[in-house]
Write a protein that binds this ligand. Structure first.
Ligand SMILES: *Cc1c(COP(=O)(O)O)cnc(C)c1O
Length: 481
């Protein structure tokens, strides 16, 4: 299997090289040139395995240049203490809990294994440079990248976050991060400023030359990297297996899925699972009031000429969904010319219209829906009061949209974060006095996940704030002294 760029101007390449590169040289995203097949015999076989082995099997379908021993080792290290269970919300909706990893958000699933996949890839290409992972984050990716790459040979990590744009818990999680190869810096600006600053550093030739003299190369751990996307395919297969084992599904029966969506990485992984043959029905794309994707899926017009709303589900406050480009590519039968044209229009005009055949292809697979702030808070409240299930605001958005899109198939809602990570939103929704982790614990009688407990008493290691115009200088000073 080869990997090809959505823009069609870069040479095809093997998976390990695509993982090392992140973005393709023509500005496109790497995609598999065809989808491998998951037979029903293989599915039944995979159902007997623990999660790490399931993950290695599914990754093996997409990564033929890795040995099964390499993948098995990488998955065992990543998922040794990382349960990924399916639970019930009510008799219609099951929940896939993806947040039992070290940072309590679903980004851990990919970022716990990505460093290992990158090390293996570097070895295969005899590349002995130090990879400096540069991240702009709105909260969850930064912490998950720090935790994934900490003290790992051959890597260093720098995370920029918007000073006032992350939750208190997220800020503390990052500023108290351990590890000798990590650092964190706040930016005087919003997430877009941080993201733009990072993009500028990536395209700065002088920076690249200076770093090259020191045997350092910049690299990215954001969700356009294939190594972020492919590990996510495995949990859809795993959830299906668990639901068969628990009697909620029979083998071959269709399962509908609702995903709280931002950059379209998580739901794209569900599309990949469906494309290899997992019996999935509708893929429901849930948005908050930044409902660009809902509008696209109903009209075929992608229009980001609108104001970004800051919501209680900040990881979905996105107008340009980076992985959507991959969906356009696959659903247009790999029409790189069309994708390049649409992306060009988005860049210059902020809007494009899908041709009718492409719109039809989306209609065959995806449904869109969105949920506003009040409704999301109400869902948090009723899920707790009626089902004793504690939802974070992102998952609450998905549950609201799932309820409006139930069919005869069972419905699985993907839960992307622990509610204890977003107490500023969850506590008011439950009418709790105070909005701390402890206040929420007292109210629910539960214990918060270990990594979120006593964050306030951990030593703060990173306190710097940089102006958005000084990010490059700040990074070079850190790296080269
Ligand atoms: C990143 C994130 C999302 C959005 O996922 P995408 O893959 O970008 O669509 C949703 N919820 C939470 C909690 C997240 O951290």
């Amino acid at each position: 299997m080869q990997y090809i760029s959505t823009r069609g101007k870069a040479a095809q390449t093997v998976a390990s090289s695509a993982i090392l590169q992140g973005l393709a040289p023509d500005g496109g995203l790497y995609c598999p040139d065809n989808f491998p097949a998951l037979s029903s015999d293989k599915l039944i076989n995979v159902a007997k395995m623990p999660y790490a082995q399931r993950s290695a099997e599914i990754l093996g379908l997409f990564l033929p240049d890795f040995t099964s021993e390499e993948l098995q080792n990488a998955a065992e290290i990543a998922y040794a203490n990382f349960p990924i269970p399916v639970t019930a919300l009510d008799d219609k909706i099951s929940i896939l809990e993806l947040w039992h990893g070290p940072t309590c958000a679903f980004k851990d699933i990919a970022l716990q294994i990505l460093p290992n996949l990158m090390s293996l890839s570097a070895k295969k290409h005899a590349d002995n440079r130090t990879f400096h992972i540069l991240v702009a984050t709105s909260g969850d990716t930064g912490k998950a990248a720090l935790e994934g790459f900490r003290d790992r040979d051959g890597f260093s990590v720098l995370v920029f976050y918007p000073k006032d744009g992350v939750s208190n818990t997220q800020k503390l999680q990052m500023s108290t991060q351990l590890g000798d190869n990590v650092c964190v810096c706040a930016i005087n600006g919003n997430f877009d400023d941080a993201q733009t600053g990072v993009k500028n550093i990536f395209s700065d030739k002088e920076v690249a030359e200076t770093l090259a003299k020191n045997n350092i190369v910049l690299s990215s751990a954001n969700s356009i990297n294939l190594g972020r996307l492919l590990p996510q395919v495995a949990y859809y297969v795993s959830a299906y297996c668990d639901m068969v084992t628990n009697g909620k599904l029979s083998v071959g029966q269709k399962l509908d899925i609702t995903v709280p969506t931002g950059n379209f990485g998580n739901i794209l992984a569900a599309y990949y699972a469906k494309s290899i043959g997992l019996p999935l029905g509708r893929l429901v794309c849930a948005s908050n009031s930044n409902n660009v994707l809902t509008d696209f899926l109903s009209t075929g017009v992608y229009d980001c000429r609108r104001k970004l709303h800051l919501t209680t589900s900040p990881s979905m406050d996105i107008l340009v969904s980076s992985n959507f480009e991959r969906a356009l590519f696959h659903l247009s039968n790999d029409d790189a010319e069309l994708v390049s044209d649409l992306m060009q229009k988005l860049d210059t005009d902020g809007i494009y219209t899908a041709p009718p055949a492409l719109k039809q292809a989306f209609d065959n697979v995806f449904t869109g829906g969105w949920c506003g702030e009040e409704k999301a808070a109400e869902i948090v409240k009723t899920a707790w009061n009626e089902n004793k299930v504690l939802l974070d605001p992102h998952t609450a958005v998905a549950v609201a949209v799932a309820r409006e899109n139930l069919t005869d198939n069972p419905m699985l809602v993907v839960s992307t974060a622990s509610a204890y990570k977003f107490t500023e939103a969850v506590c008011p929704a439950l009418n709790i006095k105070g909005d701390t982790v402890e206040a929420l614990e007292t109210y629910t009688g539960q214990t918060a996940p270990e990594p979120l407990k006593n964050l306030g008493s951990k030593a703060v290691r990173f306190t710097d704030t940089a102006e958005r115009t000084e990010m490059k200088e700040w990074m070079l000073k850190q790296l080269l002294g």
